[in-house]
Design a protein around this ligand. Structure first.
Ligand SMILES: O=C(O)C(=O)C[C@]1(C(=O)O)C=C[C@@H](O)C=C1
Length: 303
């Protein structure tokens, strides 16, 4: 049975995602995202499930940095979970002075807290479930958690379905070492890369143009500091398509030609099943046909 590290402790949204992505796996909680990724790199686990992107608060920086640094890891699958929260307290709590949760969660319930618990001080915890643990230990008065946390911790449910934005969602990745075979293309796939574009005029625009001229639709673009020189950034690109497709292979080769410091982060089916947009004259047949024409030209077989 595969051992899968996840961003825990028990009762996080990430644990729910890990159950979807590795239903037969032995799930092993880690307190932080870097620790979960380190477990895969060390070979202690076969994979790790980590959050990558929330529809309200954006990317999860620890995951992006954790995939760009150190030995390569590849995203083999993703899951998309609806995100609304429960607020948990100890059964005997009467006054709520402090409310703990993961910063992404606090940001998604700010208005609710202002309205229902005015004056309560928000406190950041390492995860939503870690906040529940801290409330149980008496460190804080309330925790904003995933609904399943109420099944793991002996706390009172003060409120459910808490969310400032309806239909919020978080996307999670299952990452493994690169030696595993990639999932087959499905027509509804996502490819991810990170590139340290040169610090000069137009460098990012050149990379984007390589995708645009091949009719490839971006699904996300984020910048994170390179952590070296101030003002230098790494760019994380997610786009439609799979590395096994000629049009995507062609684009990746072009990115690599423009930027030696590009890392492939995976090609896998999209959890929402949205099929790739194929622009006129930019489907896989157009790419193979053009390559075949050049090969014929080289052989002197002009037609
Ligand atoms: O703390 C958790 O329960 C997590 O799984 C992390 C996380 C996140 O990183 O955004 C996942 C979903 C919610 O948006 C809030 C927190």
């Amino acid at each position: 049975m595969a051992r899968i590290a996840y961003f825990g402790p028990e009762g996080t949204f990430t644990e729910q995602a890990a159950r979807i992505l590795a239903p037969d796996g032995e799930l092993v909680p880690f307190e932080t995202i870097p620790q979960a990724l380190a477990a895969v790199r060390a070979g202690t686990t076969d994979g790790a499930c980590v959050p990558v992107e929330n529809s309200v608060e954006g990317v999860v920086p620890a995951t992006l940095d954790g995939l760009a640094d150190r030995e390569p890891l590849i995203a083999f699958a993703e899951a998309l979970l609806p995100v609304h929260f429960s607020v948990l307290t100890r059964p005997d709590t009467e006054q709520i002075h402090t409310v703990a949760s993961h910063p992404h969660a606090l940001a998604q319930v700010r208005l609710w807290l202002e309205e229902h618990l005015p004056g309560a001080r928000p406190v950041a915890s390492s995860s939503t479930a870690a906040a529940a643990v801290a409330v149980q230990a008496g460190e804080y008065d309330a925790a904003v958690t995933a609904p399943v946390a109420a099944e793991h911790y002996p706390l009172k449910v003060l409120a459910t379905e808490v969310a400032d934005v309806r239909d919020a969602r978080t996307r999670f990745l299952l990452v493994r070492k690169p030696e595993h075979p990639l999932p087959e293309p499905t027509g509804a796939d996502r490819t991810s890369v990170v590139a340290a574009a040169a610090n000069r005029t137009g460098a990012l625009a050149e990379l984007l143009t390589e995708l645009a001229v091949r009719g490839i639709n971006l699904t996300r673009l984020d910048a994170r500091p390179s952590k070296g020189n101030f003002g230098e950034y790494r760019f994380f690109f997610d786009f439609e398509g799979h590395v096994a497709e000629p049009r995507i292979g062609d684009a990746l080769a072009a990115l690599r030609r423009r930027c030696r410091n590009v890392r492939f982060l995976g090609s896998h089916p999209r959890a929402d099943g949205v099929r790739a947009t194929i622009e006129p004259l930019a489907d896989n047949h157009d790419f193979t046909d053009a390559a075949a024409w050049v090969a014929a030209v080289r052989k002197g077989e002009l037609a």
